[in-house]
Ligand binder design. Structure first.
Ligand SMILES: [Zn+2]
Length: 441
């Protein structure tokens, strides 16, 4: 320790006694490195434990028998200031042959050579971007050398732990054991959901059909849900989302599992005591199935912009290569859509099917889409209540939360993807600090 401080002093003195310009960056980085070395030396001392006293050489084992002290064992622990050595007692149960390090549990370094401080940093950089960029950030920002694989493993382990805890809460919610959370008045609570493809390794898509016939899929759909609140509208009557009120849940899983997950989240956010409840989504059938199942009392709204897109794609088929005609047609029906006059639109599409036999199938499909969703498209009624009629929040959520898994050029296992999705949802919902605290409590 004294040696490190001496080195540090020498460094600063040499920098001060300069004839040329001061290279501040070189000096500050060298100072940090020396500080780290001094700190690691201190931690080294702190983590050198004494052998247990005679009366502490036995401990209960999980199997019900007794574990006995064997010897002192040492392992490296990477801390926020660099490598330290942890020397601590090792106990072994002769009955079940399970070993234990009580100190590791106490220090929160069980089965890992990374300190809790370092693991928290890795959770922060590991969810943000590609794991190798996380490694570079650790080097630059924290002065710590960590392998890309360690960034990945640690971020995934934390994500998996978050998921395990969430599943426990979810089971409680489904058993209706959760009390209705108390809190401030919630005028309007929204639930939105959407799905997007995540590139996965080959084994995860075996036996699944791809989007193109005969081609195997190389993505799996990750579903994302969000919950947010709205207390007010602006001067023009447009809804305003409450700041920092959005929380996310998501996973690659089937519709029913996801529906339960989103229900548990909405429940925690105060669904039961919200004065007005809204589910917003595009036209996908699974969304409305889950909405009816878990949120039957909610007002259901199909995203207006998504509905308009249906008009545009139909116009392109009705008037191929004639964009002025497409535009004219869309303008007429867009107005009807905005006015919630869905029956008029449906009737028109059905009557056109007779005169355009080659497009009859498309026209019928679209007529059915609008007919099935007509009650979810009464936009003037929703507007009058000051409600959101676009699902922009979940679409942006898909980009920010799930975009991370698409942009890195990585092919995921379902397990790895779900761990990072859980970690990311936790971070972006502002719940990570609570999780980290609760974890060791
Ligand atoms: Zn045992």
């Amino acid at each position: 320790m004294a040696r490190e401080i001496e080195r540090l002093l020498g460094l600063v003195l040499r920098a001060g006694d300069r004839s040329g310009p001061l290279d501040l960056e070189a000096v500050e980085m060298a100072v940090r490195s020396s500080m780290h070395q001094a700190g690691a030396a201190v931690l080294d001392q702190l983590l050198g434990f004494d052998p247990p006293s005679a009366e502490q050489r036995q401990r209960p084992c999980a199997c019900g028998h007794t574990a006995r002290y064997v010897e002192m064992r040492s392992k490296p622990v990477l801390t926020a200031v660099g490598k330290a050595e942890c020397v601590r007692p090792y106990y072994l149960c002769e009955h079940c042959h399970r070993g234990q390090f009580p100190v590791d549990v106490q220090l929160d370094v069980e089965n890992t050579e990374l300190s809790p401080g370092v693991r928290r940093m890795l959770a922060a950089v590991g969810h943000e971007g590609p794991f190798d960029r996380g490694r570079q950030q650790m080097e630059l920002l924290a002065g710590l050398s960590i392998t890309t694989k360690a960034v990945e493993r640690t971020a995934e382990a934390i994500g998996e732990d978050i998921e395990v805890r969430q599943q426990r809460e979810l089971r409680q919610a489904l058993q209706l054991e959760l009390p209705i959370p108390m809190g401030a008045r919630i005028p309007i609570l929204y639930v939105e959901m959407d799905g997007t493809g995540i590139p996965v390794v080959r084994k995860e898509t075996e036996g699944r059909a791809g989007k193109q016939d005969g081609q195997p899929a190389y993505t799996r759909e990750a579903k994302l849900g969000c919950v947010f609140t709205q207390a007010t509208v602006d001067e023009e009557g447009y809804p305003i989302r409450d700041e920092a009120s959005t929380s996310y849940v998501g996973a690659i899983e089937n519709c029913d599992q996801f529906g339960c997950r989103l229900y548990a989240e909405a429940w925690q956010r105060g669904w039961a005591r919200a004065e007005k409840k809204v589910v917003l989504g595009d036209g996908a059938e699974w969304i409305w199935n889950q909405a009816s199942l878990h949120f039957p009392e909610a007002i259901q709204i199909v995203d207006l912009y998504h509905a308009r897109e249906h008009l545009w794609s139909l116009a392109a088929k009705l008037y191929p290569n004639d964009s002025p005609a497409q535009k004219r047609w869309v303008m007429v029906w867009k107005d009807k859509l905005d006015q919630g006059k869905i029956e008029r639109l449906v009737a028109s599409l059905r009557s056109q099917a007779a005169s355009r036999p080659e497009l009859a199938e498309d026209l019928r499909t679209e007529a059915n889409y609008f007919e099935d969703n007509k009650e979810r498209m009464r936009y003037p009624k929703f507007r009058k209540q000051g409600l959101f009629i676009g699902s922009g929040v979940i679409e942006a959520g898909c980009k920010t939360v799930l975009g991370r898994l698409k942009q890195s050029g990585m092919f995921w296992t379902v397990r790895g993807a779900n761990a990072i999705i859980a970690l990311r949802c936790c971070q972006l919902s502002g719940k990570f600090e609570d999780y980290w605290e609760a974890r060791t409590a």
